[in-house]
Design a protein around this ligand. Structure first.
Ligand SMILES: *[C@@H]1O[C@H](CO)[C@@H](O)[C@H](O)[C@H]1NC(C)=O
Length: 310
């Protein structure tokens, strides 16, 4: 006779619902955006790609392709700005990736970056790397100072973002059979190199919205935020930037895609990157980045939403 104890039954049932991110507030994408700054130069001249906050040390980092680098080289520049957009420092990365999204993490007074590395022939990073931000340094993909991870063995490309409030690493990875997927890890476990227990792992909905380019993502608590759109040059002057929210516990879209008009008057205006930041006063902000300006003199722009669904 086969018998199950109640405890065994509960444990078995729990194993089928174990994939879960604790509940959290959700940003209302239909509410207005506010400026952090506009038209700030980065160290190099190209469009910004992504940005990341070290929420503990209150630092901001912005990625872009290095001046003169080809689209597929994976050579990046990371510029540190203050929160008014003033230049504070930079770092060059050789052979890393596209820079669409990366993360930052405090370690004492130092900041460690999480970024894609080992650019493939299309210029996208095949792995993730964790390394210290060192002003003025150039780090190559083969540097022994890098810790490199292939968080999902079958994935061909990895990028990441950090939920800076809940200390989670959000990984967007590409698979040959299932397209883009999202996996979320406890940041402390990821820092130890332990990727064995993702909180969730699901197929990203809306991989492309009506042909618009995918431009960034981030997560705060239970919700993932996605950004698409093209520059005015590419869209023929049409404002087509869109954002959407995904419940990571179901993998389903819960708001959007909705048009965002943040920085609508910017010249060029290509949507570029998302990140989460909590102010010293405790206000959590969903940031969106845009590139502006002229070829050879592109500028960085950051906006945020802070209203949540009540
Ligand atoms: C959002 O930020 C704006 C500008 O900083 C502020 O005026 C507003 O009160 C904030 N709203 C919420 C809901 O925190």
């Amino acid at each position: 006779m086969v018998s199950f104890s109640l405890a065994a039954f509960v444990a078995l049932a729990a194993s089928f619902v174990s994939a879960a991110v604790p509940n959290s507030p959700r940003f209302d994408l239909s509410k207005p955006s506010y400026d952090l700054f506009r038209n700030k130069p980065l160290h190099d001249d190209t469009v910004q790609q992504g940005f990341a906050f070290d929420n503990t040390n209150r630092r901001l980092f912005v990625s872009q392709r290095r001046n003169g680098a080809t689209e597929t080289s994976g050579d990046l520049c990371i510029t540190q700005l203050d929160f008014s957009g003033k230049y504070l420092g930079h770092m060059h990365l050789t052979g890393f990736g596209h820079g669409v999204s990366f993360g930052a993490q405090a370690d004492g007074s130092a900041t460690y970056l999480w970024a894609e590395v080992d650019a493939n022939k299309n210029g996208y990073g095949q792995r993730l790397a964790r390394f210290k931000f060192v002003n003025g340094a150039t780090v190559s993909k083969s540097s022994t100072t890098l810790k490199k991870y292939k968080t999902v063995a079958a994935a061909t490309e990895h990028t990441c973002a950090v939920d800076t409030v809940n200390n989670r690493l959000v990984v967007r990875y590409n698979t040959a059979t299932d397209g883009k997927r999202i996996a979320v890890y406890d940041l402390a476990a990821a820092t130890r190199g332990d990727f064995s227990a993702p909180l969730v792992d699901f197929k990203q909905p809306l991989p492309k919205t009506e042909g618009k380019n995918f431009q960034g993502y981030t997560a705060y608590g239970r919700y993932l935020y996605l950004l698409w759109g093209d520059s005015y040059d590419a869209s023929g002057g049409v404002l087509n930037s869109q954002v959407a929210t995904v419940d990571m516990n179901t993998g389903k879209v819960v708001q959007g895609p909705v048009i965002t008009r943040a920085g609508s008057t910017l010249k060029f205006r290509e949507p570029e990157g998302m990140a989460i930041y909590r102010t010293a006063a405790g206000q959590v902000r969903l940031f969106m980045g845009f590139a502006s300006g002229d070829p050879g003199d592109r500028r960085s722009n950051l906006f945020y939403k802070n209203a949540t669904v009540s």
